[in-house]
Write a protein that binds this ligand. Structure first.
Ligand SMILES: *[C@@H]1O[C@H](CO)[C@@H](O)[C@H](O)[C@H]1NC(C)=O
Length: 332
């Protein structure tokens, strides 16, 4: 026969043991609950409260295809420069971050500042010694980026600080880029700082040809005034061929005014009038132009300009001639 007191103490012991396990389980459940709520809160904060930022981060992270740059290897300087945060940028520079830090694709913070048209950031980077001639693995320079977005001030700052105004062959060309997008101010700055107005890129042709293809009248006019050869296009295609093909009468008129050859033949042995859309305005204009004698004043102007030569055209404004005559010579 067992002792009743012993049985009782056994029972309480078992009960206590069960209580301990129960407490541990309760504690564990509580901790789990806290963890889940915290995660949920974080999730809600990121997704709901800061949706824009989340979108930006994911867009940058997945945007491999277009810009070929990975988000992961950008430095804080790249971020500050691309967002135009001048104060953050200056702080980082003063903390000793290198301004010429590169991503895998050799993108520098200056590239970022220029493509975002962040003038103050670009200036701060250059003042701190950023390389204005830095080139990505695709040959893109900060100057090219400034021309892409049409940032005249960034273009000028770069050129003033010694950036080379034109790329080497087969690399993305700032003047072609600015022309194709109609960024007149950038074209003007590039030419002022000595970009070759007749630079010919095998797959693009000259900048004038690009202007005709893209129907950028003002850029075409600027290039021609600065002495671009009116006949140089892409291979045998002349600028006039390109303008006629696009049925852009305004550009066609401009080119003819500068003495474009109406009888030039392209690789298919076609003249500009042959590549103009049938019965278009441009075709009609060219047909009439063919049978109209040139004005003597126009022929004289072309003759004088070719005698002066491309490199001395800017001196025309110093000639001691009546204003009207001087302006006429300069197509103004
Ligand atoms: C940039 O490159 C050009 C041409 O190679 C050179 O003349 C110029 O000094 C360079 N600029 C700087 C700041 O290194």
């Amino acid at each position: 026969m067992s002792d009743p007191t012993e049985e009782l103490s056994n029972k309480t012991f078992v009960a206590r043991l069960a209580n301990v396990y129960l407490s541990i389980l309760a504690l564990f459940c509580f901790k789990l609950f806290v963890k889940i709520s915290l995660n949920l809160l974080t999730y809600l904060y990121i997704v709901r409260g800061n949706r824009k930022e989340a979108a930006r981060i994911s867009a940058e992270f997945y945007d491999y295809g277009q810009k070929h740059r990975s988000w992961a290897d950008r430095s804080p300087l790249h971020d500050a420069a691309s967002q135009g945060r001048l104060l953050a940028l200056k702080t980082l520079i003063s903390q000793g971050h290198s301004v010429n830090v590169l991503t895998i694709d050799h993108v520098t913070p200056l590239h970022e500042a220029c493509v975002g048209d962040h003038v103050a950031c670009a200036r701060a980077l250059i003042d701190a010694g950023a390389n204005v001639n830095a080139s990505t693995i695709d040959g893109v320079t900060p100057l090219f980026n400034a021309c892409t977005v049409g940032s005249v001030v960034c273009t000028e700052i770069l050129l003033e600080n010694g950036a080379k105004p034109q790329s080497i062959a087969y690399h993305p060309s700032p003047i072609h880029e600015a022309t194709s997008k109609g960024h007149y101010g950038c074209v003007e700055a590039l030419l002022t700082w000595g970009a070759d107005v007749d630079m010919d890129i095998p797959h693009l042709g000259t900048a004038l040809y690009t202007a005709c293809v893209c129907q950028e009248l003002e850029c075409a006019r600027k290039l021609l005034r600065e002495g671009a050869s009116v006949q140089k296009g892409k291979y045998l295609d002349s600028p006039l061929h390109a303008a006629a093909e696009k049925d852009c009468t305004a550009v066609v008129k401009l080119l003819l005014d500068f003495g474009a050859d109406i009888n030039a033949r392209n690789t298919e042995f076609q003249r500009p009038v042959d590549v103009a859309p049938p019965s278009s305005l441009t075709e009609g204009f060219l047909l009439i132009y063919e049978v109209t004698p040139r004005r003597l004043s126009q022929l004289c102007r072309q003759c004088i300009r070719s005698c002066v030569g491309r490199d001395r055209l800017h001196l025309l404004s110093h000639l001691r001639l009546p204003n009207r005559l001087r302006n006429y010579l300069q197509y103004q």
